[in-house]
Design a protein around this ligand. Sequence first.
Ligand SMILES: [Fe+2]
Length: 363
Amino acid sequence: MGDRDAVSAACAATAIGVLFETFSAGGCRSYLLGCDASCAAILIDPELGLLDRYRGYLLQQGLTLRYVVDTHTHADHFSASRQLGEAFNVPVVMHRLSPAPHADLRLDDGDMLMTGSLKITALHTPGHTRDSMCLVMADRVFTGDTLLIGGTGRTDLPTGDPDELYESLFEKLLRLPGETLVYPAHDYKGRGHSTIAQEIAANPRLQVTERTGFVRMMRDLDLAAPTHLTEALRTNMSGGKTVTELLAEAASRVPFMSMTELHGRLQDDRSELVVIDVREKDEFESGHIPRARHLPRGQLELRVNNELPDPTVRIVTCCEFGKISILAAATLRELGYTRAVALDGGVKAWCEAGYVLDRSPVT
Ligand SMILES: [Fe+2]
């Protein structure tokens, strides 16, 4: 479970009964707020890899999820808001300028979300992205990537703007009371939270308080692109599926065959097993599993009827790494080849297991 944050003092101070849980995954932080009295909950910046943990926590605490909020369109990880919105039938909340079609409830600067005793006010803080917002709740602010502990969000990714970040920070966020607790969407050093006053005093990026200098500093940062940038943006902006999700869905619909099982069956002359290699022609011809037939993934639906007239035939699909073959086996099952399975591993693993390859060309 996530790092339990000690909020009893904060709750007493703010006189609100609030359950507060931080979830961490690879530097990403998500926050769950729960109202003791009404059992309503709000989840901020959920991450796809933690779906089951959120579900488990809500169940364990007897909370009912009311809203899922993304502080902005994330470029560095996969948001779980669409999946949670669908699973719990609750609105996905984002800023008005969010490109995500699955955002059901779009907030403007100053809008407030209310459920039970939870009241969260949106501050539009563009700069890291155009749709960035910070969420203020009583004694704390969830800063997304606008303000990090000892840093700020970068401004060089799509819709980022250092001028806007300057205004969002110096003319808005940093004007909150100094004692306001700061909870960012990222922290890679295991620090729980900070305060506005601490950040003003010690955050290196905030020491450049003059606009031109700040903008120049942000422009001069030479940061590497985040991993999965394109896929994360595509998925988070469109609500489309991640490759991992597609593979997991397909994998749940197909059985697998082990490398040794296939090897054993290929030694048996009576075996009627059909091995289908779904890679491209040149890959196939550079070495394939003996007896494999070539039927590339891109032509599977068009050619399979002619190639395999008997839908009851036993098929095992293979590819280079054992991923595309899962999609291919799932497609074959959908087309009525109900005995299609995928090889656990691919041609690469076949070689590593010491099994021979056939290098004959496509016939
Ligand atoms: Fe971000």
